[in-house]
Design a binder for this molecule. Structure first.
Ligand SMILES: [Zn+2]
Ligand SMILES: [Zn+2]
Length: 156
């Protein structure tokens, strides 16, 4: 019981610390599990995150930078700043889920799974810079750090 409460605390305290720029993120679809990294489309020198965007009557492919902290994206729909965009998986076509709203602008926060475990949530409003990594389990966070070859040791 005590150990579990302690673990939750560690996970929570690390949620915020991970928000440092220049961390590459690798994601997959929360529904079909398909990896969304597009090796043929590079942004910030990394395979970009390939999604499908829906904006009013328009829809089309969109690529987002996989560099955490970067907001570079490529699409051919010219989505205006301030507009809320729906995103779907290009493979299973399901709309990305959301379980809460952005605390900066109240638009939906959309969820993608991190391949290392855990999830990333990002704001669906173009131009809003709110997004963050979330790890439910310490194990997933440790794995994430391992993958980045960063020095991370959980509190004893
Ligand atoms: Zn999918
Ligand atoms: Zn927002």
């Amino acid at each position: 019981m005590f150990a579990m409460a302690n673990q939750e605390k560690i996970a929570e305290s690390n949620t915020k610390k991970v928000g440092t720029p220049l961390i590459p993120i690798f994601v997959n679809c929360p529904f079909c599990g398909q990896e969304l990294m597009d090796k043929d489309k590079k942004i910030d020198s990394l395979p970009a995150i390939h999604l499908h965007a829906h904006q009013g009557q328009d829809e089309g492919p969109i690529w987002l930078s996989a560099q955490y902290g970067s907001f570079v994206s490529i699409d051919n729909m010219s989505i205006p700043d301030g507009e809320i965009t729906k995103f779907s998986c290009p493979f299973c076509k399901r709309i990305l889920p959301s379980r809460r709203h952005c605390d900066l602008c109240q638009a939906s926060l959309l969820i993608l799974n991190l391949t290392s475990g855990g999830a990333i949530e990002f704001c669906s409003r173009k131009g809003c810079k709110n997004h963050y990594l979330e790890f439910q389990e310490v194990e997933a966070l440790t794995h994430f750090y391992d993958m980045l070859h960063l020095d991370y040791s959980p509190a004893p």
